[in-house]
Design a protein. Structure first.
Length: 155
């Protein structure tokens, strides 16, 4: 469930995708290989189910604009003292407020450890678009953290 919550906007959608994932797990148990840890196998199925659902939504709501020729600028946010005052729940809340495509790329890259090439293949986007979404997510998270730090400082 924690994986599903990370990738979706609300708990109901997360539960729906969790059920779809468990159905896939149960119907594909014969494909499980003993040399692979069961937890890792389940995690991979859940992430792939989330990506499949994301693709379905993307086709339904094709309002996401992709930037093909993104150049990295190096203007990535730096860790500062404000991040020390945040707890995991606040960070999860900030991530959940990201636009769907940027949140998807951020989770795959920063949390699940996929490369931009792998993300591009999974989401059917270019590596440059993956990098753009990651940078966009970082910038938005930086803004949210700065606003929280300013509010805490003035209180």
């Amino acid at each position: 469930m924690s994986i599903c919550i990370r990738y979706t906007r609300n708990e109901d959608t997360a539960k729906e995708i969790l059920n779809i994932g468990f159905l896939k797990i149960l119907t594909n148990l014969e494909k499980f290989r003993a040399e692979v840890p069961f937890k890792a196998w389940i995690r991979k199925i859940m992430v792939n189910t989330l990506i499949d659902e994301f693709r379905k939504q993307k086709k339904l709501h094709s309002n996401i604009e992709f930037v093909e020729d993104y150049l990295e600028t190096g203007n990535f946010s730096e860790a500062n003292s404000a991040i020390q005052n945040l707890n995991a729940q606040q960070i999860r809340l900030f991530i959940s407020q990201l636009p769907p495509a940027s949140k998807q790329v951020f989770n795959l890259y920063a949390i699940d450890g996929y490369t931009h090439k792998e993300i591009g293949e999974l989401l059917e986007i270019s590596e440059g678009t993956s990098k753009w979404h990651l940078n966009s997510a970082r910038e938005k998270l930086k803004e949210m953290i700065e606003k929280t730090a300013l509010r805490a400082k003035s209180a």
